[in-house]
Design a protein around this ligand. Structure first.
Ligand SMILES: Cc1cc2nc3c(=O)[nH]c(=O)nc-3n(C[C@H](O)[C@H](O)[C@H](O)COP(=O)(O)O)c2cc1C
Length: 350
C-alpha cells in the first residue's frame, strides 16, 4: 500500500470531493495547449537541444531555448542562429529573445516564427552585460518601453507570446504588478515571474508571495520560477501561490528526473527516488545525445559540467569529478558512468 505524507493525502481527498483543483493540470497559453503545467526554464549556456531532450523525456511539457540576442539575430550571427538548433522531438519549443529595441525585437520575432511554438521576451536577466545594453531586467526601470516592445512584437506574430520578469530592479519597487497589467493589456498570453529583484541576483530566497499577488492582478496565466529544487518545492509553489504553472531551472541541473518526480507528486502519487541505475542511464543518454548532435570532441567538452552535476552527492564524488575532468573520450566517460550505476547514492525527490 502506498503511504503518503498527511499533507498530500489531504489534498488528494479534497480532489476526490471536487473541492480543489488538481495541481498537475493542462495549461493553455494562447493557442498552445500543454498537457500539463511543468516546464523547463530558459538557462543560458545550458538549455541546448540535448539537455532539452533529456528533460522532455522526463516529462517537461515545454522547454525554452536559452535567451537569444535579437541584435545577433538580425545581423545573422552564426553563433546566435546556432542557439535555435532544434529537432522534431524538441516540441513544443519556446524561443526566448532579448533586446531593448521594439523594432529589432519585432524583426527577430518574425525571423524565428517558423521555429517557435511560443515566443518569450526576457525582461529578467540581471547580468551586467545584458542590462548595460538596456535589455533583460533593465527594462523593469522603463515600463513605457515594455509596453512598446510587447505591442511591436504582438503586431507581427500570432504565436503565443509571453514575458519573463523579475519582481523589479531593486527590492521594494515591486514593479511586477504594473508590468503584469501592461503585459495583459498589450496582448501577452502568459507571464513568468521570478520573484527576486535584479539587485538580489540569486541571493536570498525567491519571495513566492509575489506570485500569489500577481495572480490576483492579472487574468492571463501566471508561471512561477525561483527556488524549485525538488518535487516538493514544485508542489508547494503551486499549492501556496495558486500560480498556473511553473518553470524548473537550476533544479534540473544533473537532476532531470525532477520532472518525473514532480509529475508523480502533483498527480497524487509518491515521488519515486532516483536509483543509481537511472542516474547513470540518464547521464549516458545525455552524453549520447550530445555526441549525435555536436560530435564527440565537442560533446566530451560540453558534457563535463553536466557530469559534475550528475555526480553531485554520490559517494566518492570528488574523485569521480577529477576523472571526468581529465577524460578525453566518450568511452572513458562511459566507463565512469557504469561506475556511477553501481555506486550512485539514492536521492529522494520529495
Ligand atoms: C546559469 C543560469 C542561466 C540562466 N539563463 C536564463 C536565460 O537565458 N533566460 C531567462 O529568462 N532566465 C535565465 N535564468 C533564470 C532562470 O530561468 C530562473 O528564472 C532562475 O534561475 C530562478 O529559478 P531557480 O531558482 O529555480 O533556478 C538563468 C539562470 C541561471 C542560473
Amino acid at each position: 500500500m502506498l503511504l503518503l505524507p498527511i499533507k498530500y493525502a489531504l489534498v488528494i481527498i479534497k480532489y476526490a470531493e471536487g473541492s480543489a483543483v488538481p495541481l498537475l493540470q493542462p495549461l493553455k497559453i494562447g493557442r498552445l495547449l500543454l498537457p500539463h503545467n511543468i516546464m523547463l526554464a530558459p538557462l543560458a549556456g545550458i538549455t541546448n537541444l540535448p539537455f532539452r531532450l533529456v528533460c522532455r523525456r522526463q516529462g517537461a511539457a515545454l522547454a525554452f531555448t536559452e535567451m537569444v540576442s535579437v541584435n545577433g539575430m538580425v545581423r545573422e550571427g552564426e553563433k546566435t542562429k546556432a542557439l535555435l538548433a532544434s529537432s522534431p522531438e524538441d516540441r513544443p519549443l519556446g524561443v526566448q529573445l532579448f533586446g531593448d529595441d521594439p523594432r529589432t525585437l519585432a524583426q527577430a520575432a518574425r525571423m524565428v516564427a517558423d521555429q517557435a511554438d511560443l515566443l518569450d521576451i526576457n525582461m529578467g536577466c540581471p547580468v551586467r552585460k545584458v542590462v548595460s545594453g538596456g535589455a533583460g531586467s533593465a527594462l523593469l526601470k522603463d515600463t513605457a518601453r515594455i509596453a512598446e516592445i510587447i505591442r511591436a512584437v504582438r503586431g507581427v506574430t500570432q504565436l503565443p507570446l509571453t514575458i519573463k520578469i523579475r519582481s523589479g530592479w531593486q527590492c521594494g519597487d515591486y514593479v511586477y504588478q504594473e508590468v503584469g497589467r501592461i503585459a495583459e493589456a498589450e496582448g501577452c498570453d502568459a507571464i513568468t515571474l521570478h520573484p527576486r529583484s535584479r539587485n538580489q541576483m540569486f541571493s536570498g530566497q525567491a519571495d513566492w508571495s509575489l506570485l500569489a499577488r500577481l495572480k490576483e492582478t492579472v487574468a492571463i496565466p501566471v508561471i512561477g520560477s525561483g527556488d524549485l529544487f525538488s518535487a516538493d518545492d514544485c508542489y508547494r509553489m503551486l499549492a501556496e501561490t495558486g500560480c498556473d504553472g511553473l518553470m524548473i531551472a537550476r533544479g534540473a541541473l544533473g537532476n532531470p528526473w525532477i520532472f518525473r518526480q514532480a509529475r508523480e507528486l502533483l498527480s497524487g502519487l509518491a515521488a519515486q527516488p532516483v536509483t543509481p541505475a537511472e542516474r547513470s542511464e540518464l547521464a549516458e543518454q545525455h552524453l549520447q545525445l550530445q555526441i549525435e548532435i555536436m560530435g564527440e570532441a565537442l560533446a566530451v567538452r560540453e558534457i563535463k559540467k553536466h557530469l559534475g552535476w550528475y555526480i553531485h552527492g554520490v559517494p566518492g564524488a570528488a574523485t569521480l569529478r577529477r576523472t571526468v575532468n581529465t577524460a578525453q573520450t566518450a568511452d572513458q566517460l562511459r566507463s565512469l558512468l557504469s561506475h556511477l550505476a553501481q555506486n550512485g547514492a539514492d536521492q529522494s525527490g520529495a
